[in-house]
Design a binder for this molecule. Sequence first.
Ligand SMILES: Cc1cc2nc3c(=O)[nH]c(=O)nc-3n(C[C@H](O)[C@H](O)[C@H](O)COP(=O)(O)OP(=O)(O)OC[C@H]3O[C@@H](n4cnc5c(N)ncnc54)[C@H](O)[C@@H]3O)c2cc1C
Ligand code: FES
Length: 262
Amino acid sequence: MLQIKARIISNKRCKGNYRHCIVNAKSLAKASNPGQFLNIRVSDGLKPFLRRPFSVHNINGSNLEILYEVAGEGTKLLADKNPGEYLDIIGPLGHGFDCRQEANRQTILIGGGIGIAPLLFLSRKIKSKNKIALIGARTKSQVLCEKEFRSLGCDVKIATDDGSAGFKGRVTALLKKVLQANRPTGQQVTIYACGPRSMLKAVCSIAMQNNIPAQVSLEEHMSCGIGACLGCVIKTRKGLERVCKEGPVFNREDLTWGKNEN
Ligand SMILES: Cc1cc2nc3c(=O)[nH]c(=O)nc-3n(C[C@H](O)[C@H](O)[C@H](O)COP(=O)(O)OP(=O)(O)OC[C@H]3O[C@@H](n4cnc5c(N)ncnc54)[C@H](O)[C@@H]3O)c2cc1C
Ligand code: FES
């Protein structure tokens, strides 16, 4: 785990409320693996007191990229930062995706909204030649990273709630459709997902019904981000686990989604 001051190279609006930030952070870029996250101090003052967690979206040489949604106070402050300013970053944190799967396995990456953020870096690291990226968004203008996934050789499929682009409906309904279409080939599949909790729960249930391994990245609320405060503990089949330390990526069979969970 490192703590560095990273110089902002750019911090631009990409679509709607979404922003793309590039920082120069050689040591962090070298140490980061897909699914790990960074805890960023968004202000020099005491407000907000807590750092904000963001997934590593991409690495390009010594530059590290994050993709974020302006959601509240902290992300608004982050959006106001200009190139040349510095960000205090702790990372890489947490346990990321296990991407050591065989090249002949089919990979399905599924992201809902800003949940697509960690999947681009993952897609670059996965050796599989058969990658499908399912991108879920409310509407066409909020579809993220379509071009980037295509340029990495992914077969990109989009689902929008209002049908303005791609499949009309939830990205999990699109996942079911894709699995049905693929079943005759009998190819081994692994699913990687990030997005809202309800989406991840549905992904795990579909993966279980189809007997497919799935790794999902949870975006629980966090305080310390380094395993010390126990503010992000969830109940898993292995016992109580910290999303910031044992996660944020979990195997679907370890998650209970139970009432008593967090
Ligand atoms: C491991 C991890 C990785 C993440 N990666 C990214 C990323 O790559 N890009 C990105 O945009 N966001 C990511 N998030 C979520 C991001 O951390 C929150 O959106 C951010 O902290 C909100 O801060 P804020 O001060 O702007 O909003 P706040 O004022 O704190 O909250 C604004 C709204 O967002 C909700 N919110 C706050 N934190 C979370 C959270 N962790 N999960 C879900 N809802 C939340 C609040 O309930 C509230 O409704 C990640 C979270 C985790 C735990
Ligand atoms: S956020 Fe403190 S233990 Fe996870």
